[in-house]
Design a protein around this ligand. Structure first.
Ligand code: E4P
Length: 226
């Protein structure tokens, strides 16, 4: 499993990149708004992220028609070679993905919740598919079970010919809210988990690690004073 950071915050991205386990970044309009992002600075901001991260950086189109999404997608892809255009799962999004993929522009199909949506995304040429986990949990449904269904269904088929540059479509477990979500997503074979920085920090920690470290430090003091 690879880890992407789900944020538009440059400090978080720089810190996570310094840990050496960061394979990419996903942003969305809400995450950009959360850091006080301005429309006029959006492309520059994506460029700054691309300069930090040696991996795919998803930048979302907010257009609603296929022609506008394609235009948006071309502009976003021109920012840097590692930009991936994030496109919502909808009819216009599928049509735009079909065009963008044919031009060699990688698409991350977002707001994906069901198996049929995921298969349509893969058929349209999406390079990445992002099934959302936490938002199912928010409405008292089992997001992990839904993710498992998407992973199993996509892995039943070979979508290689439908993706950019012959690369296999990859599933990004998205809307991740806990380290346990990451565990479950890894066990079911999701290719990538995109996680908020808070979850990434929690993934490192365990109370037994803290307890063990504390005991080692105390015993080492005894050795020093012996
Ligand atoms: C995916 O790429 C989205 O940016 C993200 O994972 C959404 O997560 P949320 O449901 O916590 O907003």
């Amino acid at each position: 499993m690879k880890f992407f950071l789900d944020t538009a915050d440059l400090n978080e991205i720089e810190e996570a990149a310094s840990w050496g386990a960061l394979a990419g970044v996903t942003t969305n309009p809400s995450l950009y708004a959360r850091i006080g992002g301005k429309l006029s600075d959006f492309h520059n901001h994506i460029k700054r992220i691309c300069d930090i991260v040696d991996g795919p950086v998803s930048a979302e189109s907010v257009a609603m028609t296929r022609d506008e999404i394609v235009r948006d997608g071309r502009e976003l892809a021109a920012i840097a070679p590692n930009v991936v255009v994030k496109v919502p799962t909808m009819v216009e999004g599928l049509a735009a993905t079909h065009t963008l993929a044919a031009e060699g522009i990688p698409v991350n199909m977002t707001l994906c919740f069901t198996v049929p949506q995921a298969i349509l995304a893969a058929r349209s040429g999406a390079r990445y598919i992002s099934p959302f986990v936490g938002r199912f949990d928010d409405i008292s449904e089992d997001g992990i079970e839904q993710l498992g269904n998407v992973v199993a269904a996509i892995n039943n088929y070979d979508f290689t010919p439908n993706t950019v540059n012959g690369e296999q479509v990859e599933i990004i477990a998205a809307s991740i809210r806990s380290a346990n979500h990451v565990t479950q997503a890894a066990l079911m074979g999701a290719d990538i988990a995109t996680v908020p920085f808070g979850v990434l920090k929690k993934m490192v920690a365990h109370p037994l690690t803290d307890r063990g470290l504390d005991a080692f430090m105390k015993d080492w003091e005894k050795v020093q004073n012996a």
